[in-house]
Design a protein around this ligand. Structure first.
Ligand code: HEC
Length: 232
């Protein structure tokens, strides 16, 4: 039993009352309202978030661009301008064609290119389909005969790096190695779209099945897009 005598025997009364007080006041009568914070620590830290407004910088934005003429450590600038495709055509893919590099190519293709070029490169990416009516051009298929037969790896790398027409360049957004890995993957899309007889026999022998997601879908309107990408 708690009695006053216990307190008189050396149990500190005041700290106990204070602790109970703190605990009771921490119970929020109104869970919608912010309660008292005793140790907010880093909950309210002064760091700015990317894309926030920030009056401390002259631009008024929290995001700073690197000083002119500087490059990040280890970054290799792409040396050719948009019109130098012929010179770039001589470039050879320094990234070895391995399963792992193909997987890397697929990963970065799916991150950066699929939105316009579609899962298999047929030009039916979500962004293309949604914005076609607003003037978004439909990209040509990445497994076209001209890309398969005529384009060099260097030309593919060049277009990925600096863009073409309405397509933006990716030299500042995807590392050189990953762009070359994407070149391998675009080649793989070309082979997948036009398999040779022995490729099909090999697939059959391995017991593989064309995966649902790899089937080229060619819906023409956003309504179809919904049924294929969202409802499924
Ligand atoms: C914003 C949409 C968009 C994205 C993202 C995009 N592209 Fe494109 N791409 C296009 C359009 C549109 C064209 C056609 C440009 C033209 O010739 O006017 C094109 C053209 C191309 C071509 C040339 C095709 C030809 O036959 O002329 C290649 C190769 C290509 N893209 C590869 C890629 C790769 C690889 C990526 C990812 C790194 C990518 N694109 C990202 C829209 C895009």
């Amino acid at each position: 039993m708690i009695s006053f005598r216990m307190f008189s025997k050396g149990v500190h009364f005041l700290p106990l009352v204070a602790a109970v007080g703190v605990l009771v006041s921490a119970c929020a009568p109104d869970p919608e309202r912010r309660q008292r914070e005793y140790m907010p620590d880093m909950y309210r830290n002064p760091a700015v978030k990317a894309q926030d407004e920030y009056s401390y910088f002259r631009t008024g934005s929290a995001m700073l661009v690197p000083p002119e003429g500087t490059v990040p450590r280890g970054f290799e600038p792409y040396p050719f301008s948009v019109v130098e495709r012929e010179r770039a055509a001589e470039l050879e893919n320094p990234v070895p064609l391995t399963r792992q590099n193909l997987e890397i190519g697929r990963k970065y293709y799916n991150i950066h290119c699929m939105v316009c070029h579609g899962v298999v490169g047929s030009g039916d990416g979500q962004s293309t389909l949604v914005h076609t009516d607003a003037g978004m051009p439909v990209p040509p298929p990445l497994y076209s005969e001209s890309i398969r037969e005529e384009w060099t790896d260097g030309e593919l790398f060049h277009v990925i790096s600096v863009g073409q027409g309405q397509m933006p360049g990716y030299k500042d957004r995807i590392t050189r190695e990953h762009r070359w890995a994407i070149v391998h993957y675009v080649r793989a899309l070309g082979i997948a779209a036009t398999p040779a007889e022995e490729d099909l026999e090999e697939v059959e022998r391995l017991g593989w099945d064309a995966r649902e997601m790899d089937r080229p879908a060619r819906p023409e309107r956003p309504r179809d897009l919904q049924s294929i990408y969202i409802l499924n």
